[in-house]
Design a protein around this ligand. Structure first.
Ligand SMILES: [Zn+2]
Length: 93
């Protein structure tokens, strides 16, 4: 496999997600504004993402509520244009 390397900042967050039992579903490169997206099976831990984004101005939280696309939330590294994505936590639908 010759996959693009994941940004070190996002790798730290991904490692925490995998430690919580989350799983990588896919690595995608076809997104319009993003070079690499790692799609996870379960919602990302919101507190972990908020702490990471607060500590680093390159990291930005995002949410997609587009009705035509899956409802997702994640974190983007603006300098690498890579992102981690997971389903939007639907407990508050
Ligand atoms: Zn980065």
């Amino acid at each position: 496999m010759n996959e693009p390397a994941l940004c070190a900042k996002l790798q730290l967050i991904l490692d925490r997600e995998l430690a919580r039992g989350n799983r990588v579903m896919a690595q995608e490169t076809g997104w319009s504004k993003v070079k690499l997206a790692v799609r996870l099976a379960d919602p990302l831990d919101a507190d972990s993402l908020k702490r990471a984004a607060a500590a680093d101005p390159d990291l930005e939280l995002w949410q997609s509520r587009d009705v035509k696309n899956p409802r997702e939330a994640g974190i983007l590294c603006k300098s690498c244009r890579q992102t981690l994505a997971g389903p939007l936590n639907s407990t508050r639908s």
